[in-house]
Design a protein around this ligand. Structure first.
Ligand code: ADP
Ligand code: ASP
Ligand code: MG
Length: 476
């Protein structure tokens, strides 16, 4: 009851988003709810949850298995069992809530099984159906957590984000209609006295068809809610202590960066630091709301603050990030020199082929353009380029395209790089000393990112040698 009263009288409000690892089992859900209730004692909170870790992957894998006429039933059975197990462990002492949650879980899995049966019959899973299936994970985790909070006598309410967030029909990674969504969020949540437990990741079109915001999209859900409600802070609770100077899975010396700017966080996440989804920064920047990355397992650790004005520091770079499994194509030829329009044709051909270009570099000789995209898009990219540049290929103005696969983009990021001489020198001499061959280099005009491409096999040496060149062997 104490929490309930505070909710009403406190004017400040924050968003607390817990990722899949933070709700992956009953034990983690207990920890997460303890953190939520601690915060709710002093201010209003809106909770956003991901699916339990692995569940979205599991649901997508099951849908593909059904479409391929593979044995999908044991897969869905084991996902269901995980949810019953967590609910059972959390609500053991509360018959009433336990029965209600069991019924809700049972109904959701009946619906999923019907969908999967349909997929298996037609041997096809459309992007629209896949969104619907993939979105059950968040509906399940939120149902369990809202019930657990209520069972512990803390007024909480399950809120389905499909009532709040309106998108277009681009299934798989839909685009949010910001204004309409903000209006719906305010109408539903601004005066809500209970703790709303909102499903991350899912949304709906105007017609009410389920969509998703793209993998890892629950961070973005949190940020949209935060901006709509003018929250004081958007907290992203995860399984690491904050934004680290590099991906800890590859760089053992990576350390927590206490503060980063929105732009640094955007660059880091765009280049593979999945600790935060790149779109998360967009609504936060608009309303200048700080984001805080925190560790559910170590709630007292300070975490990382992402804001527009981090405290100045003397670090030349902030961190490294990397994207694996990319391919590079060189569009090259003597006939390209001085001819206007080649670059525009190359990029519109790639655009029409649906290719997401991650990095470009063009030498000032105009003799070649190097383009980097995901490896899975290599075939489509080559086909698109061949169609558009058929004449130039036949007349030998352009050479046959050379494509290289299994590569890695590494990005070195930091506001401190702006106007600082010698950064590139340090990066490339570190790589040279480690005998790593660099295939392409790009620097954004904002000067806060230098990216380069190396062979996939060189990833760890490249990341660690550049990290050591700037930060030394041990945590600085
Ligand atoms: P959640 O389930 O909480 O959404 P994610 O798995 O999406 O968590 O993101 C957290 C993970 O991101 C970490 O466990 C870490 O392995 C990875 N990661 C990659 N790069 C970074 C980085 N620079 N800083 C922190 N974590 C990173
Ligand atoms: N559950 C979704 C995913 O795995 C969204 C998220 O976790 O942010 O991609
Ligand atoms: Mg995530």
């Amino acid at each position: 009851m104490r929490y309930y009263i505070f909710c009403i009288i406190s004017s400040s409000m924050k968003i607390m988003k817990f990722g899949g690892s933070s709700v992956r089992n009953a034990e983690m859900i207990r920890r997460a709810t303890a953190i939520i209730l601690d915060a709710a004692a002093t201010e209003r909170v809106v909770v956003v949850l991901s699916a339990m870790k692995g569940v979205t992957d599991g649901l997508i894998g099951t849908a593909h298995a059904a479409a391929d006429a593979a044995a999908y039933r044991p897969m869905i059975d084991s996902i269901e069992a995980r949810h019953y197990e967590a609910a059972e462990a959390l609500l053991r002492d509360d018959q009433d809530h336990r029965a209600r949650v069991r019924t809700a879980i049972g109904e959701m899995f009946s619906a999923v099984r019907e969908l999967l049966h349909g997929v298996a019959l037609v041997r096809e899973c459309t992007a629209r159906t896949l969104d619907l299936i993939a979105g059950f994970g968040e509906r399940l985790s939120c149902t369990i957590v809202a019930a657990y909070l209520s069972a512990a006598r803390h007024a909480a309410v399950y809120v389905d984000a499909r009532e709040l967030i309106v998108t277009d029909e681009l299934h798989g990674a839909a685009t949010v209609e910001i204004e309409t969504s903000y209006e719906r969020i305010v109408a539903r949540l601004a005066e809500e006295p209970k703790i709303p437990v909102v499903t991350g990741f899912i949304a709906a079109t105007r017609a009410g068809v389920t969509t998703t915001l793209g993998r890892n999209g629950s961070d973005y859900t949190a940020s949209i809610l935060g901006a709509a409600l003018s929250a004081s802070c958007i907290e992203i609770w995860t399984d690491v202590d904050g934004v680290l100077s590099a991906d800890p899975r590859y760089v053992p010396n990576a350390f927590v960066v206490p503060e980063v700017s929105y732009q640094e966080a955007m660059e880091m996440s765009y280049f593979g630091a999945e600790v935060i989804h790149p779109y998360t920064m967009i609504p936060a920047v608009e309303k200048a709301i700080p984001l805080r990355i925190k560790n559910t397992l170590r709630p007292d650790a300070p975490g990382t603050i992402i804001s527009d004005r981090p405290t100045p520091n003397d670090r030349p770079i902030t961190g490294l990030a990397s994207i694996e499994n990319v391919a590079l194509v060189n569009v090259e030829g003597g006939g390209m020199v001085g001819i206007p329009g080649i670059a525009s044709r190359v990029f519109s051909a790639l655009g029409h082929a649906g290719i997401n270009v991650i990095m470009i570099s063009q030498a000032s000789s105009e003799h070649s353009i190097c383009i980097v995209f995901r490896r899975t898009q290599a075939r489509a990219a080559l086909d698109g380029l061949r169609r558009e540049l058929q004449y130039e290929l036949v007349t030998r103005k352009i050479q046959q395209f050379e494509i290289r696969d299994n590569l890695e983009i590494v990005a070195v990021i930091g506001d401190g790089m702006r106007g600082a001489p010698g950064i590139s020198g340090r990066i490339f001499s570190a790589l040279g000393n480690a005998k790593i061959n660099v295939l392409a280099i790009a620097q954004g005009s904002s000067e806060i990112n230098v990216s380069f491409v190396v062979d996939g096999a060189d990833r760890e040496i490249a990341l660690n040698s550049v990290h050591t060149a700037f930060f030394g062997e041990k945590e600085s």
